[in-house]
Design a protein around this ligand. Structure first.
Ligand code: MN
Length: 422
């Protein structure tokens, strides 16, 4: 009998699906969380030792075990047991010392690996599975999603596969995919799946649009952070909020229900895992998280609680457009106006309510970043821009022309003239 203990995300379940294609009824597949795998493997080792069946083989994919179980697995293999661990996480690299483990962050061709793509190669190499176009396509979608390469390559089908995975039950997904991978006509979503995926996309879009109106901006430590409350779609939300607000160093997504905070950034100069570590959390440079401790609550919830949500840039402008060298008008809280323009020497300056600020910037983007971070500014609508311009014109005329002194003073008749005009 084969046993496959894998992760409970798309990549882990991809391994289970391949195992069922390869071994059919002869494999017992269990999906686990990162910590749950230890309990599962512990149970296996206790049970197997009692039964002592030499034909059994244990596969562990997309996960690794703790150091105690690592040693027990080594002993088990030494005493004749059969184990194969396959993973692609950098942090698991030391498992490569064992004959029974294979950890590869990259494939031989240099592309980033996933557990599913590594396990697929393994099964083919050992003649346990025959390669097909349909399986190639499925495995590649899982790999693209798990490594985030789908985003840069805009492979939406990979994201849709993951969406589908979370929309239906794990068992249903697994059964559907095992059946579909036997189909020689290539990987596809059926009509019903396409429909529910479209509906899901619309739903996510509406959710993100609403959240965009709720985000607040503040400085916490040195970093300028966007804070939003959300329970769902963290990845989609963080990538949209991050890319539409590049002046923010990172996005903090608070989930009050499970008392967790996710931190995401699109920037290379920010490492959110370092920020999460300040609050006893952890993660990766671009995505990390921590628990809502009292300290986190104070900094991210209590102190910024009174702040108004950020205002979005005007998006239908024809005249007041970003980067325009003659000047771009921004508004800020309390009817403040900030005007950004290029000098004769090619430097960008900002005027705050007609007072020049003592900074200059080599590019428009840097000037905008400064006023957005420090003044919470947003691009003014065309109407505001035009009325600012007409005020300027009026000022210029009254300033530059010598005061006009009429030969005849009609002031006594002024009221009458006004009445005549009407
Ligand atoms: Mn994985």
């Amino acid at each position: 009998m084969f046993y496959l203990y894998s992760h409970n995300d798309l990549d882990g379940v991809g391994c289970g699906i391949l195992a069922k294609c390869a071994f059919g009824e002869k494999v017992d597949v269990r999906y686990n969380s990162v910590s749950g795998i230890n309990i599962q493997v512990d149970k296996y080792l206790n049970k197997i030792a009692a039964q002592a069946r030499p034909e059994d083989k244990l596969y562990i994919t997309d996960l690794t075990v703790n150091s105690e179980l690592e040693l027990r697995l080594e002993e088990y293999v030494k005493s004749g047991g059969s184990v194969q661990l396959i993973d692609h996480h950098k942090t698991a690299d030391h498992f490569n010392h064992y004959s029974w483990a294979q950890v590869n962050v990259f494939h031989k061709n240099g592309s980033l690996s996933s557990a599913t793509s590594l396990f697929y190669d393994y099964l083919i190499k050992h003649d346990m599975l025959a390669r097909t176009d349909t399986m190639d396509q499925f495995v590649e979608l899982v790999r693209l999603y798990d490594t985030w390469e789908w985003e840069a390559e805009n492979k939406l089908q990979a994201k849709r596969l993951n969406d589908l995975f979370y929309m239906i039950s794990l068992d249903e997904f697994e059964a559907k995919m095992v059946e579909r991978l036997q189909n020689p006509q290539g990987f596809f979503f059926d009509e019903f799946e396409e429909k529910i995926l479209d509906m899901e996309e619309d739903k996510i879009e509406r959710y993100i649009r609403r959240k965009k109106r709720e985000i607040i901006q503040t400085f916490i430590g040195e970093e300028c952070v966007g804070i939003v409350y959300a329970e769902s779609y963290h990845s989609e939300l963080a990538s949209e909020l991050g890319s539409s607000n590049p002046h923010l160093d990172y996005i903090a997504i608070l989930n009050m229900g499970n008392r967790k905070m996710s931190l995401r950034t699109i920037h290379d100069h920010i490492d959110v895992s370092a920020i999460a570590m300040r609050f006893n959390g952890g993660g990766h440079a671009k995505a990390a998280g921590c628990t809502l401790s009292h300290e986190v609550f104070k900094l991210f919830v209590e102190q910024p609680f009174e702040l108004e949500p950020m205002r979005a840039d005007a998006f239908r402008n024809q005249f007041n457009v970003k980067g325009s060298e003659t000047g771009v008008l921004y508004e800020s809280w309390g009817d403040d106006q900030i005007f950004v323009y290029m000098t004769k020497h090619g430097q960008w300056l900002a005027e705050w309510n007609n007072e020049p600020l003592s900074f200059q910037f080599p590019t428009f983007e840097e000037a905008e970043r400064h006023i957005k971070r420090n003044y919470g500014a947003w691009l003014a609508r065309d109407e505001v821009y035009v009325s600012m311009l007409s005020n300027k014109v009026r000022e210029i005329r009254t300033e530059s022309k010598p005061e006009y002194i009429p030969e005849h003073d009609f002031s006594e008749n002024e009221d009458e003239r006004v009445l005549d005009d009407i």
